[in-house]
Design a protein around this ligand. Structure first.
Ligand code: ADP
Ligand code: MG
Length: 243
């Protein structure tokens, strides 16, 4: 069963066609890597799935139902969460407060309800994430801040999680921890879409890989059927020498 089906999706910025008639299928419970060079259209494509950008034309189906998201809030409500490269956390607030921020149950900026912290703690424990709810964002590592962003989405019960170049801000060790977390989430039934152009990461975690180039769909392949060289060739359109 496909969690996500994108049909002939197009996005134009003025005369410029950033996404050009893309078809994409993401299966439930897989890690699906979206690969492409800088400017290929990866973020634009995913931002449309998250309700941040309105498509110019084409269709998006979630669990078989066509959707027209007007905002990330609507996407989250439908079970799609996204973590961007640049976090939207408040440094002076705690992990708990940041996770709850933006929820309807939160009245005012300062959150103090103990019960809600307990609910957040249950989510952190459930996914076995290395986070201390009482730490302030400004005092924790970038890797931990990213875990807060991920838990924030999981706490809203999304079953599809999109990550836009999540390793760009991480150390190699933090990247390995992230990939382990993503694999565990996949094993627990979540669908993960990871945007990256780092092929070693793709090889480590992805089940399937979709390559886009200059806004066009190039192909979707099983990770086990391709090597890094072949993915790189799909990305740039010619043979490339990898270091
Ligand atoms: P990627 O994430 O693969 O690096 P993007 O989706 O960010 O690529 O961008 C794809 C193309 O669309 C790029 O050429 C970029 O300059 C262009 N683009 C992205 N957003 C906008 C925008 N808001 N206005 C005009 N052009 C944009
Ligand atoms: Mg991008």
């Amino acid at each position: 069963m496909n969690n996500i089906e994108v049909v002939n999706l197009t996005k134009k910025f003025g005369d410029f066609v950033a996404i050009n008639g893309i078809n994409l299928e993401v299966k439930k419970g897989e890690i699906h890597a979206i690969c492409g060079e800088n400017g290929a259209g990866k973020s634009t494509l995913m931002n449309m799935l998250f309700g941040l950008i309105e498509p110019s034309s084409g269709q998006i189906f979630i669990n078989g139902e066509e959707v027209h998201f007007q905002s990330p809030k609507e996407a989250i409500h439908q079970g799609i969460g996204m973590v961007h490269q640049h976090f939207k956390l408040v440094p002076s607030l705690t992990v708990y407060e940041n996770i709850l921020l933006g929820e309807e149950i939160v009245k005012g900026f300062k959150i103090q309800q103990r019960k809600e912290y307990e609910e957040v703690q249950k989510t952190i424990d459930h996914y076995n994430f290395d986070l201390n709810g009482k730490d302030k964002i400004q005092d924790i590592s970038v890797g931990a801040q990213q875990r807060v962003e991920i838990i924030k989405m999981l706490h809203r019960n999304v079953d599809i999680l999109i990550l836009d170049e999540p390793s760009a801000v991480l150390t190699p060790q933090e990247t390995d921890e992230l990939l382990d977390n993503l694999i565990a989430l996949r094993n627990s039934g979540k669908t993960i879409i990871i945007i990256t152009h780092k092929l070693d990461e793709v090889k480590k975690c992805a089940d399937r890989i979709t390559v886009i180039r200059h806004g066009k769909f190039i192909g979707t392949v099983n990770n086990k059927d391709v090597n890094q060289q072949e993915i790189a060739k799909m990305m740039v359109g010619r043979d490339v020498k990898l270091d």
